[in-house]
Design a protein around this ligand. Structure first.
Ligand code: ARG
Length: 293
């Protein structure tokens, strides 16, 4: 693949002693930002007075989608619903493990209708959907690693949802509590890179959750505040390629040194709503592959 040529050369030239990374092809669900806008504010990034450029949002999103396709991933699309300007953030639409779908139930009324819209897509496509009892914002707060689910709480997802997710999805859930309003979803503060490898910004978590993360992932990449503030942790990894904002320069260096191939993306329009590449990407983990990260 064209784009991979220089990263591949770079990693083989200086790759001594680094783990070699393998891609596991992914199945994603995305939603075009044709109705994207910032008309309400439910996180500190959103300023309705600031103008948005929907055409630019669509172009940036299209680039993300073609990157996924170019890397060999499958991308499904859900029809965008007028009046739901944040529906582009597909990660919030559900959590899918082993072909089972836990529906989303949004904290704010402005996004409430997105939950049923995503649940309907999954039902129409033959998935088993559990209608969530407790508030949860899908993969915004549920990140699946090789053998567990890391679950955020503090701003959006209700802690009681964690037990519901564990019961329905059948993987142990580890609760992590967020404290910095800029990093209101877990996927803005932590990214899963491979089975049991993550990167995260410690300052986004309570001391207790930081301890949990240190114990689980002693070798994790720790992001600087600068990297977190440009949404560097809102990254999508396929086990080898890691798509993240090009401004997250420290993380990009750290990823190279661990044998990953970082790919910079620009989603500046969507950042006006507090989202980037991971927010736009819902992973459909099928039955055959179970819950691998
Ligand atoms: N404006 C949206 C909200 O505040 C952004 C969601 C970003 N999604 C994510 N997975 N972090 O809900």
């Amino acid at each position: 693949m064209q784009q991979d040529a220089s990263p591949a050369q770079r990693s083989s030239a200086a790759g001594e002693g680094r783990p070699s990374r393998t891609v596991r092809p992914r199945h994603y669900l995305m939603c075009s930002p044709v109705h994207f806008d910032v008309v309400y504010s439910i996180n500190p990034w959103m300023e309705p007075a600031k103008p948005t450029d929907t055409a630019l949002a669509v172009a940036q999103w299209e680039r993300l989608r073609s990157l996924f396709l170019g890397l060999g991933h499958q991308v499904e699309l859900i029809e965008p619903v007028p009046g739901l300007p944040d529906m582009v953030f597909a990660a919030n639409g559900a959590t899918v493990v082993g072909g089972k779908v836990l529906s989303a139930r949004f904290r704010h009324a402005e996004r409430a209708d997105e939950g049923p819209a995503y649940a309907a897509w999954f039902r129409e496509n033959g998935y088993e959907v559990h209608d969530a009892v407790h508030t949860n914002e899908g993969e915004g707060d549920y990140l699946v690693t090789g053998d567990r689910i890391l679950a955020g709480t503090g701003f959006r997802t209700d802690r009681r949802s964690h037990a519901e997710a564990e019961r329905f999805l059948g993987l142990p859930v580890t609760t992590l509590e967020l404290v910095d309003p800029r990093f209101y979803h877990l996927d803005t503060a932590l990214a899963v890179l491979d089975h049991e490898e993550v990167m995260y910004y410690p300052g986004a978590f309570t001391p207790e959750s930081r301890r949990t993360l240190r114990e689980l992932y002693p070798d994790a990449i720790r992001a600087t505040e600068e990297d977190a503030a440009v949404f560097g942790l809102n990254a999508v990894s396929d086990g080898r390629h890691v798509l993240l904002p090009e401004q997250a320069t420290h993380l990009i260096d750290a990823l190279w040194s661990r044998g990953f191939v970082p790919i910079g993306v620009d989603l500046s329009e969507l950042l006006k709503s507090g989202g980037s590449s991971k927010c736009c990407t819902l992973e459909i983990r099928g039955r055959e592959r179970g819950a691998e990260a």
